[in-house]
Design a binder for this molecule. Structure first.
Ligand SMILES: Nc1ncnc2c1ncn2[C@@H]1O[C@H](COP(=O)(O)OP(=O)(O)OP(=O)(O)O)[C@@H](O)[C@H]1O
Length: 232
């Protein structure tokens, strides 16, 4: 049994005009995999990630994590699922501006059962000497490292990253990808990255190509490249 399963998932956004954002998506992800969801703007990548992370619901179909039916969870169960199992990293970091780096990570850990020590994790991502800096006193790459520390410190089973290097120059992006791949390998945390950057796909065990709301193809990669080997 796979760790994560999507079976015939559809997502319709209801509005003045209904949008079928995801059509009949089926795939599986194993524990500890590094997965890239790749596709152009508007393809439905974020919609897939939000359903995976319990931030949004499928309109139909099944979503399972460890044999639990996420698609049937009520609001409270979804909150617990997000809190206990999911770490999120966003393109624009989403840090709290009036909290320091340390306080941002502490805040995310407060409600978690098995959280790591926030200062330890910030030190691991190379920010041991920046604990008391506010986001505005950090570079974009450093802010993203705080955001990764915040997601990792919860000790999640799944790390979901939406264009985590999208706002960074390529050199800083490489540092961020190294952190993510190292964490995935060392802690065996299933890591799923949404991007339109096909270079990043070379790092993945599995690449899920999304076009017009459909899974266009799924490529399994027995020998993913390391971050130093990829060409941008
Ligand atoms: N809350 C919403 N309400 C209505 N339509 C939405 C909503 N969110 C997304 N959509 C639509 O669903 C489709 C898929 O959007 P989604 O954000 O998942 O794409 P994406 O591949 O992540 O794009 P990008 O790379 O630009 O972020 C798009 O047509 C979008 O306009």
């Amino acid at each position: 049994m796979a760790f994560i399963t999507f079976k015939h998932v559809n997502k319709i956004y209801h509005g003045a005009v209904d949008t079928l954002a995801i059509k009949d998506a089926s795939f599986t992800i194993d524990q500890g995999e590094f997965v890239v969801i790749l596709g152009p703007s508007g393809a439905g990548k974020t919609t897939l990630l939000n359903m995976l992370g319990g931030m949004d619901r499928a309109s139909s179909g099944e979503i399972l994590m460890n044999e639990s039916h996420i698609d049937q969870y009520n609001k409270k169960q979804l909150t617990m699922y997000r809190r206990d199992h999911i770490g999120f990293v966003f393109q624009f970091y989403n840090l709290v501006a009036n909290l320091t780096a340390l306080e941002n990570v502490e805040l995310a850990c407060q409600l978690c059962k098995d959280a790591f020590d926030p200062a330890d994790i910030l030190t691991k991502v190379g920010l041991g000497d920046r604990l008391n800096n506010f986001p505005s006193q950090l570079s974009g790459g450093e802010q993203q490292r705080v955001a990764i520390a915040r997601a990792i410190a919860k000790n999640p089973q799944i790390l979901l990253c939406d264009e985590p290097t999208g706002a960074l120059d390529s050199e800083t992006g490489v540092h961020i990808l190294k952190l993510l791949t190292q964490f995935c390998a060392q802690e065996r945390v299933t890591t799923i990255i949404v991007t339109h950057n096909s270079a990043i796909a070379q790092l993945a065990n599995q690449v899920i190509h999304v076009h017009n709301g459909q899974i266009a193809k799924i490529i399994k990669n027995e020998h993913p490249l390391s971050v130093d080997e990829i060409t941008w």
